[in-house]
Design a protein around this ligand. Structure first.
Ligand SMILES: Cc1cc2nc3c(=O)[nH]c(=O)nc-3n(C[C@H](O)[C@H](O)[C@H](O)COP(=O)(O)O)c2cc1C
Length: 217
């Protein structure tokens, strides 16, 4: 398997920045876009439950409406692609059953061989302490996918901007999510930086490793 070396990784991480101004004339090629969608789908989640939906908003009119609901941030309409990330509001027995059955079928085993795993998940998410914080649990999973797609994009030379400066309720209304069991948590704009985006040259502001990384010996 081809892997980038550590200095290539660091340069991709340094190259990435939250793009404020996208070049609307530059569009991500379909095969690259497919890979970026896969980076969302292949993201890990707690127990593997994937409590999310990713809405790739292709409709220009809808993109315009979302921009208004995003403090008018131009990334929503100027970027090549715009993805709305939604989290699952509640997890029930049926979700866990679906996941166990999918796992059994993909891996060619009897669902009953996964009974212990099912019990652990149910004991945690349906009856345990986490059952009272499913919304935050679910939202946390979606941010992993957001990180995955941003890093994947950077490795492919695609710019991104994570977007939390949005009115999530308005997004839900515009996308017709009411009653779907999913709610908007954030957006991600993807495309190519505009030559005039001065933020591309701004130095990264990060606290030193000596402050944020602690080696516990
Ligand atoms: C969850 C999240 C939400 C963000 N929301 C916005 C946003 O709505 N608009 C924006 O321009 N930048 C947004 N940012 C970008 C951050 O301001 C930016 O990542 C941070 O200042 C660090 O800069 P850098 O990403 O360019 O290194 C967001 C970042 C994250 C991680």
């Amino acid at each position: 398997m081809l892997r980038m070396n550590s200095s290539e990784l660091i340069s991709a991480l340094e190259w990435r920045y939250a793009t404020k101004k996208f070049d609307p004339s530059k569009i991500i090629a379909p095969e690259i876009w497919k890979a970026l969608e896969e980076s969302l789908r292949l993201s890990p989640s707690s127990y593997g439950l994937q409590p999310w939906r990713f809405f790739v908003v292709e409709n220009r009119e809808v993109r315009k409406q979302l921009k208004v609901a995003s403090w008018n941030q131009s990334q929503v309409t100027d970027a090549s692609h715009y993805v709305v990330i939604a989290y699952q509001e509640a997890v029930g027995e049926a979700d866990i059953r679906k996941f166990i059955e999918t796992t059994a079928s993909v891996r060619g085993v009897e669902p009953s061989t996964l009974d212990r795993y099912r019990n652990v998940i149910e004991g945690d998410l349906l009856t345990g302490t986490r059952s009272k914080e499913i919304v935050t649990w679910s939202q946390r999973q979606t941010y992993i996918a957001m990180g995955f797609v941003m890093l994947s994009a950077a490795m492919l030379g695609i710019d991104t901007c994570p977007m939390e400066g949005i009115e999530a309720h308005e997004y839900d209304r515009i996308l017709g999510l009411s009653g779907s069991g999913f709610k908007t948590v954030a957006g991600v704009a993807l495309g190519y930086r505009h030559d005039e985006d001065k933020y591309a040259l701004a130095k990264k502001v990060r606290y030193p490793a000596s402050e944020v990384i602690r080696h516990v010996k």
